[in-house]
Design a protein around this ligand. Structure first.
Ligand SMILES: C[S@@+](CC[C@H](N)C(=O)[O-])C[C@H]1O[C@@H](n2cnc3c(N)ncnc32)[C@H](O)[C@@H]1O
Length: 238
């Protein structure tokens, strides 16, 4: 397996731009709907105790931003930021449909250089986005910078289930079945659904990512395994 994969902004933006129209459908299909539960659990475990505001970086089609808005009964101020316009366009349609007007703002922005002042947000969250950034440590430092002192940074990311039998079965599904299904249903020139397992395999997980979050300036970093460890939520306090 090659040790690096192309995570340049141009490639990542192009990749999500090409699959945007099928992104939500494939999330539901390939995770059998569990991805929604992971985002719901994230917002329940990391709610804005002081009412927000919340920043969802790499918001894509806005599912985590919407989950935060719903958690707050439609009153929480949420900003979703992403650098891929086609993903944001779908997110914007979903927000209109949900009636979030005035409460969710979607912004085109690079997570490595956020257009926000320091200490602006009570919660800074990311779901399945940190892994796609070209510089993980810089991405974490940006999240910490825009978070207010005492606020929390939450990272939801794929990991691999623990235990031999489940690990083997899931590994077969994730490396063999998912890429074929994904590439067949969302045709693209970037091999997006081969990139997915390849990027997860190379991304730090559990204690390794928790340590990177501490180095970025977070305290009391903890992580919670979801669905036997298929996904993991990391949380730290600024
Ligand atoms: C796998 S999607 C996750 C979308 C959404 N958070 C979710 O839970 O479904 C990753 C998103 O991260 C965005 N992204 C990756 N790197 C980024 C960066 N440096 N700045 C802004 N957005 C980025 C991509 O454009 C894409 O929309």
């Amino acid at each position: 397996m090659p040790s690096t994969i192309d995570k340049s902004a141009a490639r990542v933006r192009r990749m999500f731009g090409e699959i945007a129209w099928r992104y939500d459908l494939l999330n539901r299909l390939l995770s059998m709907g569990i991805d929604r539960r992971w985002r719901r659990r994230t917002v329940q475990l990391v709610p804005p105790a002081e009412g927000g505001p919340v920043l969802d970086i790499c918001t894509g089609t806005g599912d985590l931003a919407l989950a935060y808005w719903r958690l707050g009964g439609g009153k929480t101020q949420v900003v979703g930021a992403d650098f891929c316009r086609p993903m944001l366009a779908i997110g914007s349609r979903k927000c209109r449909h949900a009636g979030t007007e005035g409460h969710i703002g979607l912004v085109e922005a690079d997570a490595l250089c956020l257009p926000f002042a320091a200490g602006q947000f009570e919660i800074v969250a990311v779901a399945f986005g940190l892994r796609n950034q070209s510089d993980t440590d810089r991405g974490l430092r940006e999240m910490v910078r825009v978070c207010r002192p005492g606020g929390r940074v939450a990272v939801l990311e794929f990991s691999m289930p623990q235990g031999r039998l489940l690990g083997t079965l899931y590994g077969w599904y994730f490396h063999r079945v998912l890429p074929r299904l994904g590439e067949a249903l969302a045709r693209n020139r970037q091999a997006a659904y081969n990139y997915l397992p390849a990027s997860v395999d190379r991304f730090p997980r559990h204690e390794a990512l928790a340590e990177r979050m501490r180095r970025a300036g977070l305290d009391r970093v903890r992580y919670h395994l979801f669905t036997f460890g298929i996904a993991t939520l990391y949380v730290g306090v600024k």
